[in-house]
Design a protein around this ligand. Structure first.
Ligand code: GDP
Length: 467
């Protein structure tokens, strides 16, 4: 290791200690306040402590970022990420372009799930993963799509140049067997037996490489599928580029997705734009160099969100198109213009430096997945106001305790190293809630005491595709 690396490493260690000394001393001070210590002074002390701790954290995070690049690790990571993506894309291309479509093994999947664009993209991704896992060329049925009657190819490149026909000598429903040429896959909600190839599993043969370059391997893997599936037709590429220029989408920029209309009160809680903007500020505040303008791209299915943000946040550059949001509202959603709108919004969100949204929305989860294709590792370039990341219909993937925890309050649960934990959610306050599968007890525990092991499954290794 270089001198720079060693010095940084020691600096980080020392400063974590300093942070603890400070934290401890401040809390001790607060504990010893006399009863008549004025309330406003108390508040001032606490506010100062929060600000100082924030600065501590900022400095530590910046040092860790430098550590990431030290000793050529940054360049290595970039190269490895490019080569790995390239390998995966070549395998996808190989799978989708068999030399003889008449005899090729196929998996058919209908795009028309009765749900929104994000949900349909996730449905298609699941089909693609099963196709990859069973080495069957995926044939997408998309005519009469609710977003565009001409189907998928009206906006995205066909999934194959050589094989788009669902014809074959023998047919079967999932799971079928090797003797059947064409297998049709149902929606994930009805699939039985459940394919091992669906999230959160990543292919065993690629796992060591993916884990090395990415902090959340399944998101990288899904992102690679989206990279292949969502290759825009030229007309859509032009629409994206045009919107980007017209809006003035330039870095640094935070992407904010605010999901309203039919989602609020049914599948997600209402969050005021101020809640998103607090997170936007936290992102900008932690940058080492303050940008000349705090630029924010807002996408929503409610135009009022963009208009309100512009009114309230005059010192920011708020970009976004209220007319696009208008076409996205629940009553106008399934049309050509709304299709263009959602594709542009998802792409721009994914090109942002940081994403603030609610992971309860599939729009935002798709943007986060696609974001991984624009960065080497954007696993932490998001703030979700509600859920942790998940993939709808995913196979179970419990967390594992890596440290013991003795509960200190009635709301907390005990952890013993190795316990399996079904995590219900991260409260983003240092604690997560979940059920300890050993004890059966549900409650809070410190988030840092668990980890989510990477789920791995044996996928075909595609030896025909050179490494
Ligand atoms: P979810 O319901 O939020 O989980 O996501 P879905 O994608 O399944 O359905 C929501 C649909 O609402 C999207 O597919 C869009 O048609 C529309 N929509 C939601 N948010 C936006 C947005 O920010 N921009 C645009 N253009 N459309 C949106």
């Amino acid at each position: 290791p270089s001198l720079e690396y060693e010095e940084l490493r020691r600096k980080v260690k020392n400063n974590v200690k300093e942070m603890w000394y400070y934290f401890n001393a401040e809390l001790d001070k607060v504990k010893k306040y006399a009863d008549d210590f004025p309330l406003d002074k108390r508040e001032k002390d606490i506010d100062d402590a929060i600000k100082n701790t924030w600065e501590h954290k900022k400095s530590l995070m910046n040092d860790l970022d430098k550590l990431m690049d030290a000793d050529g690790h940054g360049e290595w990571r970039e190269k490895e990420s490019r080569e790995l993506s390239d390998l995966v894309q070549r395998r996808f291309y190989h799978l989708q372009n068999p030399s003889d479509c008449n005899t090729a093994k196929k998996l058919t999947c209908s795009l028309n799930k009765g749900c929104g664009f994000g949900c349909q993209i996730h449905h298609l991704t699941y089909c693609f993963l099963v196709a990859y896992g069973t080495e069957r060329t995926l044939i997408l049925k998309s005519k009469g799509w609710r977003y565009h009657k001409d189907g998928w190819e009206s906006v995205f490149k066909p999934l194959s140049d050589t094989c788009q026909s669902a014809g074959g000598s023998s047919h079967s429903n999932w799971p079928g067997d090797a003797t059947k040429q064409v297998v049709s896959l149902p929606f994930v909600d009805n699939v039985y037996p459940k394919p091992i190839y669906q999230p959160p599993s990543i292919p065993a043969d690629l796992a060591p490489r993916i884990q090395k370059i990415h902090g959340h391997p399944i998101v990288w893997w899904v992102g690679q599928v989206l990279k292949f599936l969502m290759r825009p037709q030229d007309n859509i590429k032009n629409v994206i580029d045009y919107s980007r220029d017209k809006l003035g989408f330039e870095k640094p920029i935070v992407g904010v997705h605010v999901r309203r209309t039919d989602k609020v009160g049914t599948e997600a809680a209402f969050h005021d734009i101020d809640e998103y903007m607090v997170k936007v500020d936290q992102y900008f505040n932690q940058l080492e160099v303050e940008p000349t303008v705090r630029r924010v791209f807002i996408a929503s299915d409610d135009p009022k969100v963009i208009l309100t943000a512009r009114k309230r946040y005059t010192r920011y550059e708020i970009i976004g198109d209220p007319t696009v949001a208008e076409t996205a509202s629940v009553s106008k959603r399934y049309s050509d213009s709304s299709l263009h709108g959602i594709i542009v919004d998802i792409n721009l969100l994914s090109m942002s430096d940081h994403l603030v949204c609610t992971f309860s929305s599939q729009v935002c989860r798709v943007a986060y997945e696609l974001m991984q294709t624009y960065h080497i590792d954007a696993y932490d370039k998001f703030t979700s106001l509600d859920d942790s990341y998940y993939y709808g219909g995913q196979n179970a993937n419990p967390y594992v305790a890596i440290l013991d925890h003795v509960p200190r309050r009635v709301s907390e649960i005990e952890l013993r190293i190795g316990d399996k934990i079904e995590v219900h959610g991260n409260h983003w306050d240092g604690y997560s809630k979940g059920r300890n599968m050993r004890s059966g007890v549900t409650g809070l525990f410190p988030s840092f005491k668990v980890k989510n092991p990477v789920a791995v499954a044996d996928f075909p290794k595609y030896p025909q595709v050179p490494l």
